[in-house]
Design a protein around this ligand. Structure first.
Ligand code: ADP
Length: 506
């Protein structure tokens, strides 16, 4: 049984939070941040949580790699410091530090530039696979973050680390920088956005990181005779959190812990679950410029305009009585693609249209292309990453499919609800925390939820949802309830602030 994750239910009044927050200095460290680089929800979170914390009074900055796609002209990058030395195990590298504003806020985003590591297409690899030197790239990034603080002469109280790419920051801080002036008082919070990605590398990379072999033990970075960057973050950070309460419990079990459940159980008293929010400045059908007709809960019939445009673009015929089901996802087993593959032919035998946008495992690209050939009037498939099309799908679909095997938080279901698009989800992680199954009398609930990871159970809710779609009153009420849900960042940002306060008291 999972132990209960640390208590996160303390509610402090907003005013008091402002007092706690005043002057609190936080640096977010992340390998992706909206709008500069995005492959998934991590980028959304680090693009928006800092803004919410600033509203509460924190002083927040963000640091990420300067990838090739980040145009200095477009983002008005300014050179802060040139050629700072970054010690690596095999010698010294250098980094240039650039900066810009985080949107219209006072927050700064810092970029770490080194052409050898980051001047290439893609963030972690190419469609053919991960880059062979990712261990070195993210060891460099992690070390450069700490060296940057000296160079810019700004020392945060909290380093807020995110996922395996930043795990070594915590390890470096507690070992190599343990006695360094200005670094001793920095505290770390490590946010787990997905346990499935751990940054596992052969042990021979360890000397390159600059850490000694004493770190290669079961209590530290070693994991089945490999080096595990995520584990570095988990053992060395002052506190941990993940992005929903349910996932915080789940990852302490064998089924969801990906081999690290023991480490997480040991740290259960410092492991928090905080659900992600949505940035409603970015995701809002009332203001969205990418959709043909804006709408709110009062005139959500305007969704029809988006539905028409979406279907036209995707070469499908519009029919008001045929529900459109959207899927925007990484095409992987995690996201339930194997389950969809199992039932898709039965599903497409129903009176439905299915619009898919995603990229991922080659086997799913092949399968979906084949199915598109077979069902041209029912299925459209866009195998790419496309923010504009994503918005049109959120607005133009009637339902949004997310049958994940596991889901740390999931943003798609929350965005869908805001756009009045009913989520069809599996009861796991953040999906379980944010979507309520439609009650038998139809008076409660915001979507359709199935429990067991079985094709027949998924097919069952797809049938139930299409039946409900044909009952206009029930459907309208369901859409309105979904649209009225509030997943804004405010409440979650306050919870982060409480954790910062706790670890600073340590
Ligand atoms: P994860 O981070 O596990 O991929 P989330 O649901 O947390 O899943 O976040 C996914 C984010 O990425 C959402 O904002 C979703 O709209 C977006 N997204 C996923 N695939 C695509 C795509 N192919 N094109 C555009 N946006 C996408």
């Amino acid at each position: 049984m999972a132990r209960k994750a640390a208590d996160k239910s303390i509610e402090t009044p907003v005013v008091e939070h402002r007092e706690h927050a005043r002057g609190r200095r936080v640096l977010f460290v992340s390998s992706e941040v909206v709008p500069f680089a995005k492959t998934g929800g991590l980028a959304d979170v680090v693009g928006s949580l800092p803004r919410a914390l600033m509203k509460l009074g924190c002083e927040v900055a963000v640091v990420m790699p300067k990838y090739k796609n980040i145009s200095p002209e477009k983002y008005k990058l300014k050179l802060e410091v040139k050629g700072i030395p970054v010690p690596m195990g095999m010698g010294e590298m250098t980094a240039d530090i650039y900066s810009t504003r985080l949107g219209d806020t006072n927050g700064t985003v810092y970029f770490i530039q080194n052409d050898r590591y980051f001047d290439r297409d893609g963030f972690y690899g190419t469609p053919e696979g991960d880059y062979h030197d990712n261990a070195e790239r993210f060891a460099f990034f992690s070390r450069a973050v700490l060296e940057m603080l000296k160079a810019i002469q700004w020392f945060p109280e909290i380093l807020h680390l995110n996922d395996w790419q930043t795990g070594l920051v915590a390890a470096f801080l507690k070992t190599l920088y343990q006695k360094a002036h200005h670094y001793q008082n920095i505290r770390t919070l490590f946010s787990i956005h997905n346990m499935a990605y751990q940054g596992l590398f052969p042990k021979y990379v360890l000397p390159m990181t600059g850490l000694g072999w004493e770190e290669f033990s079961h209590e530290k970075l070693e994991f089945y005779d490999q080096v595990n960057y995520l584990k570095a973050g988990l053992v060395y950070s002052d506190a941990l959190n993940t992005v929903s309460e349910r996932y915080a419990e789940e990852i302490q079990t064998e089924e969801y812990g990906h081999g690290l459940q023991g480490v997480l159980k040991d740290r259960a008293s410092e492991l928090y679950g905080i659900v992600n929010g949505i940035d409603y400045d970015e995701w809002n059908p009332a203001t969205d410029k990418e959709i043909p007709a804006q709408y709110t809960v009062k005139n959500h019939d305007q969704k029809t305009e988006s539905k028409k445009k979406l279907l036209l673009e995707q070469n499908l015929t519009y029919n008001p009585n045929t529900p459109v089901i959207g899927l925007i996802s990484r095409l992987t087993d995690q996201k339930g693609l194997d389950l969809i593959a199992e039932i898709i032919q039965d599903f497409l035998a129903m009176d439905v249209q299915f619009v898919i946008l995603g990229t991922g495992e080659p086997k799913y690209h092949l399968l979906l292309e084949e199915l598109r050939g077979k069902y041209p009037s029912k299925l459209s498939v866009a195998l790419k990453f496309d923010n504009r099309l994503a918005k049109l799908i959120y607005a133009g679909s009637d339902m949004f499919l997310m049958p994940s095997r596991f889901e740390p938080c999931g943003l798609g279901q929350m965005i869908a609800m805001k756009y009045g698009t009913i989520p069809l989800v599996r009861k796991t992680g953040g999906l379980a925390d944010t979507v309520e199954n439609l009650s038998p009398d139809g008076k409660k609930g915001t979507g359709f939820v199935f429990e067991d990871y079985k094709g027949e159970d998924l097919l069952f809710i797809l049938k139930r949802a299409t039946e409900a779609f044909h009952q206009p009153k029930l459907w309208t009420e369901l859409v309105q309830r979904a649209m009225k849900q509030d997943f804004s960042w405010d409440a979650s940002a306050r919870k982060y602030l409480e954790i910062y306060g706790k670890i600073l008291k340590k």
